[in-house]
Write a protein that binds this ligand. Structure first.
Ligand SMILES: [Zn+2]
Length: 124
Protein backbone atom coordinates (compact mmCIF):
# COMPACT_ATOMS: atom_id res chain seq x y z
CA UNK A 1 0.00 0.00 0.00
CA UNK A 2 1.25 3.43 -0.93
CA UNK A 3 0.86 6.23 1.54
CA UNK A 4 -1.22 9.17 0.39
CA UNK A 5 1.43 11.77 1.12
CA UNK A 6 3.87 9.98 -1.22
CA UNK A 7 1.44 10.37 -4.08
CA UNK A 8 0.97 14.04 -3.29
CA UNK A 9 4.58 14.79 -4.15
CA UNK A 10 3.89 13.75 -7.75
CA UNK A 11 3.83 16.58 -10.24
CA UNK A 12 1.74 16.46 -13.38
CA UNK A 13 2.76 18.53 -16.37
CA UNK A 14 1.19 19.16 -19.73
CA UNK A 15 3.29 18.85 -22.88
CA UNK A 16 2.42 18.81 -26.56
CA UNK A 17 3.90 15.52 -27.73
CA UNK A 18 4.04 11.86 -26.83
CA UNK A 19 1.30 10.18 -24.83
CA UNK A 20 2.39 10.18 -21.21
CA UNK A 21 5.47 9.23 -19.30
CA UNK A 22 6.87 9.41 -15.85
CA UNK A 23 10.29 10.86 -15.23
CA UNK A 24 11.22 10.72 -11.56
CA UNK A 25 8.38 12.37 -9.72
CA UNK A 26 6.87 14.11 -12.70
CA UNK A 27 4.21 12.74 -15.00
CA UNK A 28 4.16 14.37 -18.42
CA UNK A 29 1.11 14.01 -20.60
CA UNK A 30 0.09 15.20 -24.03
CA UNK A 31 -2.44 17.98 -23.54
CA UNK A 32 -4.64 16.57 -26.31
CA UNK A 33 -5.30 13.59 -24.02
CA UNK A 34 -7.79 15.76 -22.15
CA UNK A 35 -10.17 15.31 -25.08
CA UNK A 36 -10.35 11.63 -24.09
CA UNK A 37 -11.22 11.87 -20.38
CA UNK A 38 -11.60 8.12 -19.73
CA UNK A 39 -8.37 7.28 -21.47
CA UNK A 40 -6.64 10.19 -19.76
CA UNK A 41 -7.67 8.91 -16.32
CA UNK A 42 -6.56 5.37 -17.14
CA UNK A 43 -3.19 6.62 -18.40
CA UNK A 44 -2.62 8.68 -15.26
CA UNK A 45 -3.41 5.61 -13.14
CA UNK A 46 -0.83 3.70 -15.16
CA UNK A 47 1.86 6.34 -14.84
CA UNK A 48 1.32 6.57 -11.07
CA UNK A 49 2.19 2.88 -10.79
CA UNK A 50 5.61 3.41 -12.33
CA UNK A 51 8.58 3.69 -10.02
CA UNK A 52 10.51 6.92 -9.70
CA UNK A 53 13.58 5.39 -11.19
CA UNK A 54 13.55 2.42 -13.46
CA UNK A 55 13.25 -1.26 -12.69
CA UNK A 56 12.04 -4.44 -14.35
CA UNK A 57 8.65 -3.88 -12.73
CA UNK A 58 8.28 -0.84 -15.00
CA UNK A 59 8.88 -2.97 -18.07
CA UNK A 60 6.28 -5.52 -16.92
CA UNK A 61 3.88 -2.70 -16.17
CA UNK A 62 4.24 -1.46 -19.76
CA UNK A 63 3.98 -4.94 -21.25
CA UNK A 64 0.78 -5.70 -19.36
CA UNK A 65 -0.63 -2.19 -19.56
CA UNK A 66 -3.90 -3.43 -18.07
CA UNK A 67 -5.09 0.09 -17.16
CA UNK A 68 -5.30 1.07 -20.82
CA UNK A 69 -6.64 -2.29 -22.08
CA UNK A 70 -10.25 -1.19 -21.59
CA UNK A 71 -9.68 1.94 -23.65
CA UNK A 72 -7.65 0.47 -26.52
CA UNK A 73 -9.96 1.93 -29.15
CA UNK A 74 -9.68 5.43 -27.70
CA UNK A 75 -5.94 4.91 -27.38
CA UNK A 76 -5.48 4.15 -31.08
CA UNK A 77 -7.88 6.91 -32.10
CA UNK A 78 -5.86 9.34 -30.01
CA UNK A 79 -2.63 8.26 -31.70
CA UNK A 80 -4.15 8.51 -35.20
CA UNK A 81 -5.61 11.95 -34.54
CA UNK A 82 -2.47 13.25 -32.83
CA UNK A 83 0.61 12.33 -34.84
CA UNK A 84 2.72 14.23 -32.28
CA UNK A 85 1.97 11.32 -29.92
CA UNK A 86 4.28 9.10 -31.98
CA UNK A 87 7.34 10.49 -30.21
CA UNK A 88 6.21 8.15 -27.41
CA UNK A 89 7.52 5.25 -29.47
CA UNK A 90 11.02 6.60 -29.94
CA UNK A 91 13.63 5.24 -27.54
CA UNK A 92 14.48 8.75 -26.40
CA UNK A 93 13.05 12.23 -26.67
CA UNK A 94 13.52 15.69 -25.24
CA UNK A 95 11.63 16.59 -22.09
CA UNK A 96 12.18 20.12 -20.81
CA UNK A 97 15.43 20.47 -22.76
CA UNK A 98 16.73 17.17 -21.46
CA UNK A 99 17.12 14.06 -23.57
CA UNK A 100 15.32 11.24 -21.76
CA UNK A 101 15.54 7.55 -22.53
CA UNK A 102 12.46 5.41 -22.38
CA UNK A 103 13.87 2.05 -21.27
CA UNK A 104 10.73 0.04 -22.09
CA UNK A 105 10.65 1.34 -25.65
CA UNK A 106 14.43 1.00 -25.99
CA UNK A 107 14.15 -2.69 -25.01
CA UNK A 108 11.31 -3.15 -27.49
CA UNK A 109 13.38 -1.60 -30.31
CA UNK A 110 16.33 -3.76 -29.28
CA UNK A 111 14.23 -6.92 -29.52
CA UNK A 112 12.74 -5.79 -32.84
CA UNK A 113 16.08 -4.87 -34.42
CA UNK A 114 17.69 -8.01 -32.97
CA UNK A 115 14.90 -10.07 -34.54
CA UNK A 116 15.35 -8.38 -37.92
CA UNK A 117 19.09 -8.88 -37.74
CA UNK A 118 18.55 -12.57 -36.93
CA UNK A 119 16.17 -12.99 -39.89
CA UNK A 120 18.64 -11.22 -42.22
CA UNK A 121 21.40 -13.44 -40.85
CA UNK A 122 19.40 -16.66 -41.34
CA UNK A 123 18.36 -15.72 -44.88
CA UNK A 124 21.92 -15.09 -46.03
ZN1 LIG B 1 4.19 2.90 -18.67
Amino acid sequence: MMKKNMKNSLQIKEINHGIACRIGNTIYYNKSLKQYPELFKAILEHEKKHTEGFSMSDVFLDLKNEEIAKFKRQYYRFILQNPSSLTEFLPCWKYEEKLVWNPSIAILWGVLLGGLWLIAFLLK
